[in-house]
Design a protein around this ligand. Structure first.
Ligand SMILES: [Zn+2]
Ligand SMILES: [Zn+2]
Length: 180
């Protein structure tokens, strides 16, 4: 039941983590697990980078075993090692501005003010990712047990325009300064 890397045979499969298509011919990562709905195995497909963020352990196992040339291998390893070392990091699903003031932070339990940055959290269970609420940007070190999350936030927020990414980066730096 080894995990695999292989080029996508068609353009029809979707990445489990980000939901976007795995383009035909593009290298994809397959996490193998026992079929939850019947006999045999099932394979969950990911962009390798998405798997490095969201499924670090299986990706690291596959990197050790594969004989293929993996593009961006050092970056994938670095991302996955971070997630393997800090168990909550793979829960990060990106950042966004709170559209309302209704959600509470998973860490401090205080409301997250409208229009301020919040980190989306997802939980992995049996082959699926479930929405797990939000964390204040300023609570990131407390909740994720490491303050080193900015690269993840930027990379996992493809919906944000460049100026929003810059604003997010600035907000990260500002909240670091106020914590000191
Ligand atoms: Zn993906
Ligand atoms: Zn908080």
């Amino acid at each position: 039941m080894a995990h695999v890397f292989e080029p996508a045979a068609s353009g029809r499969s979707k990445c489990r983590a980000c939901g976007l298509a795995l383009r035909r011919g593009e290298l994809r990562f397959g996490e193998r697990l026992p079929n939850l709905f019947g006999e045999g195995d099932m394979t969950l497909w990911f962009h390798p980078r998405c798997a490095a963020y969201k499924r670090p352990q299986p990706l690291l196992e596959a990197l050790t075993e594969t004989t293929l040339e993996i593009p961006d291998r050092p970056a994938l390893e670095r991302i996955a090692r971070g997630g393997a070392a800090h168990r909550r990091l793979p829960r990060i699903d990106g950042a966004e501005r709170a559209p309302s003031g209704q959600a509470r932070c998973r860490h401090c339990r205080e409301p997250i003010e409208r229009n301020t940055w919040r980190i989306r959290v997802v939980f992995y269970e049996e082959g699926r990712f479930f929405p797990g609420g939000f964390v204040h940007l300023a609570c990131r070190a407390g909740y994720f047990e490491t303050g080193d999350v900015l690269d993840r936030l930027l990379d996992l927020s493809p919906a944000l325009a460049q100026e929003e990414l810059t604003a997010l980066e600035r907000a990260c730096i500002d909240s670091e300064n106020t914590n000191k």
